[in-house]
Design a protein around this ligand. Structure first.
Ligand code: SAM
Length: 251
């Protein structure tokens, strides 16, 4: 019987959502079958919401960009990709993938009002103690007519069960990376965006079941064997667990 692939978690005991976990897991970012595998699937789905740039100098600001997993999916769309993140070890990898990086907090971004044609906040808000402040910053950075795209976890018991109690026991999500108390109520998020001039539309998403089971099985059979196809992120009726949002700034 082959040995199951170990669930990857932080290398030292840290509180849930402690940003130092990303340093401990720095080697995992770009492994398609590593601890951040699901972030790759989500990045592809998020990038699909971003149309090609309509001007030559269009800026896409990627808040909480991590190691820049969005970058390959934006190739050819014509944006200058600027990434903001707290974690230096992740930013170094993002820079190596062509992202212009800024180390900083998504709640106080050192960029001008209205500079961005697109702001992305992928799997960020559920890690930020003051997510409302990060949303205000995202909306501030958008030019009139600019597009906000995001995905995050809902503040529900189901999200806690699926994303933390189950998800963090699977090899697709690092153990201890989430603090469910920071999960983002979908209705409050829509209201907050509206307050800042962005009409956000939501849809529930999830990893496709068959592809995910096949992915887990292949990974379980041997972690050394590279995983060839990645599961797709597909729409689902409920926003109760994971959801995407997109909306344009008025004006
Ligand atoms: C789950 S990862 C998502 C990374 C990337 N968006 C992706 O989808 O691949 C969360 C990232 O947010 C960053 N982060 C957490 N809190 C932050 C904050 N207040 N400001 C900026 N970055 C933050 C972490 O360092 C980490 O890189």
């Amino acid at each position: 019987m082959p040995e199951a692939s170990p669930v990857v978690g932080p290398r030292r005991a840290l509180p849930p959502n402690d940003p130092r976990q990303y340093d401990d897991l720095a080697g995992e970012w770009w492994r398609p079958d590593g601890a951040f595998a699901m972030l790759h699937w989500l990045a592809r789905a998020r990038a699909a919401l971003v149309p090609p740039a309509s001007t030559q100098d269009a800026l896409l600001v990627d808040l909480g960009c991590g190691a820049g997993l969005l970058a390959p999916h934006l190739a050819g769309k014509g944006y200058r990709h600027v990434g903001v993140d707290l974690t230096r070890s992740a930013l170094d990898q993002a820079a190596a993938h062509g992202v212009t990086v800024l180390q900083g907090d998504a709640t106080a971004v050192p960029l001008a009002d209205g500079c961005a044609a697109v702001v992305s906040a992928g799997e960020l808000l559920e890690h930020v103690p003051d997510w409302r402040r990060a949303v205000a910053e995202a909306c501030r950075l958008l030019r009139p007519g600019g597009l906000l795209v995001l995905d995050t976890l809902n503040d529900t018991l189901l999200a806690r069960l699926v994303a933390v109690e189950l998800g963090e026991r699977l090899p697709t999500v690092p153990r201890g990376i989430h603090d469910h108390r920071l999960f983002v109520d979908a209705r409050a998020l829509v209201a907050e965006c509206a307050r800042h001039g962005v009409a956000l539309r939501l849809r529930g998403v999830r990893p496709e079941l068959g592809g995910t089971l096949a992915w887990l099985l292949r990974r379980w059979r041997g972690a050394d064997r590279p995983v060839r196809t990645e599961p797709r992120i597909v729409p689902t009726r409920s926003t109760a667990v994971l959801y995407q949002g997109s909306g344009r700034r008025e004006g």
